[in-house]
Design a protein around this ligand. Structure first.
Ligand code: SAH
Length: 383
């Protein structure tokens, strides 16, 4: 695991796994078991300073503070939708903006978490793609989103589910995603059940296989088309991993705990919502332990030609799937008034964005003063 070091030489301790913290503490001459205490302070109590770790010896706290720092996201804004959805706008240490969305419904409070600043996948219909990939998020930045939402919201709004469906392609950032998922799952850290965590992907085949082997989380694949040609048009990643290869991989994934793969299907009028598409989709699902989640397209002024199908079309499409033995649900649009709905993240209201830019500039200057080196976050483009 690479370390994430600030230019002042200190290491981001929340991007380390428990094992790595153990190794670090042994290096500092402290007992191994102290690492668990430190880890719990970081992830269960969410402390901001090493000095708050009162059961850790003062000398150890001091040497930890010399070598490490405890990162947090800065809260830029929390917007509340009329439907109860909350959008959290965060600034990273180097002044990028990322978003998390909390979606309450009758039984669940689902937090939609970002994995990258922007996204490299360039799906034609998705606004996050317009940003391009600015950088990957570090493990601490992925794991701080639920931690900090927990700290901000009161008990009755506890997060019950996490979906990696915010900005970015999580599997393009697998190296940082895996340690973050460990922190989600670890009972000594955020303590979520694997049943409550879903990773959503455009379908990066080798990474999908790696993830399925590594951890038992739920998988979701954004399919969005029923022919290769159609999918190439809306999801350029199909040129690298064909739909056929993707579905073959899905058929063979080592799914644990009787899990099913969720196939997300963004419905766009006249693009992929015809009866013939419904017929093809049933065939494509053959032999795969699957369920389908239909997402009626969220229209927006930046894609004036892409329209949401009429409700009757969505219902008819769902009906065809269900009557042919495919479990299929329709995703209810949430948080559209605050640009928090699917495909809208990264695209805040421009007036608000300007105010935010000023704040972010201020944060950036402050961070640079602390010696933060943004150039550490290089990435290799995958598309
Ligand atoms: N990159 C991952 C995680 C993002 S999930 C993935 O693609 O799965 C975001 C989901 O929103 C994806 O299923 C995507 O297809 C969908 N989406 C993007 N833009 C949308 C829009 N305007 N309306 C409805 N869904 C959209």
């Amino acid at each position: 695991m690479p370390e994430f070091r600030r230019a002042d030489g200190r290491i981001d301790i929340k991007s380390l796994t428990l094992l790595e913290i153990e190794a670090a503490l042994t290096g500092l001459g402290s007992e191994r078991f102290r690492a668990l205490q430190v880890y719990k302070w970081l992830w269960q109590r969410g402390v901001r300073e090493f000095d708050e770790m009162t059961n850790v010896a003062k000398a150890v706290r001091a040497s930890l503070a010399e070598r490490f720092y405890i990162p947090f996201l800065d809260v830029v804004a929390v917007q509340k939708s009329i439907d109860g959805t909350h959008k959290f706008l965060w600034a990273t240490e180097d002044g990028h903006r990322i978003e998390s969305v909390m979606i309450p419904d009758d039984e669940r409070n689902t937090l939609c978490v970002s994995s990258q600043v922007g996204c490299a996948m360039a799906c034609t219909f998705c606004l996050t793609g317009d940003l391009g990939l600015r950088r990957h998020l570090k493990p601490s930045e992925i794991a701080n989103q639920p931690l900090q939402v927990r700290q901000k919201l009161d008990e009755q709004a506890r997060i019950s589910n996490i979906v990696m469906m915010g900005m970015g392609e999580p599997l393009h950032n697998l190296d940082n995603l895996l340690p973050a998922l460990e922190i989600y799952l670890d009972e000594q850290a955020l303590n979520f059940s694997h049943r409550k965590i879903t990773v959503s992907t455009v379908g990066l085949v080798p990474q999908l296989q790696k993830l399925a082997e590594a951890l038992p989380v739920n998988l979701a694949v954004s399919l969005n088309a029923t022919t290769e040609e159609q999918r190439r048009q809306v999801m350029p990643i199909t040129r690298k991993y064909s739909m056929e290869a993707l579905l073959a991989a899905c058929r063979d994934l080592p799914l644990k705990h009787a899990k099913r793969i969720t196939f997300e299907y963004v419905m766009m009028a006249g693009v992929n919502d015809s009866p013939a598409d419904a017929v093809r989709l049933v065939k494509l699902m053959r032999g795969i332990k699957s369920k389908v989640n239909l997402i009626p397209y969220n229209e927006n002024p930046d894609r004036p030609t892409i329209r949401r199908p009429a409700d009757a079309v969505v219902k008819g499409f769902q009906h065809h799937l269900v009557t042919h033995g495919i479990q299929a649900s329709v995703r209810v649009t949430r948080g559209r008034d605050i640009s928090a709905a699917c495909g809208q993240l990264g695209k805040a209201d421009p007036d608000k964005a300007r105010v935010d830019e000023d704040r972010i500039q201020a944060i950036r200057i402050r961070r640079e003063g602390e010696g933060y080196d943004a150039s550490r976050f290089a990435f290799d483009d995958i598309v």
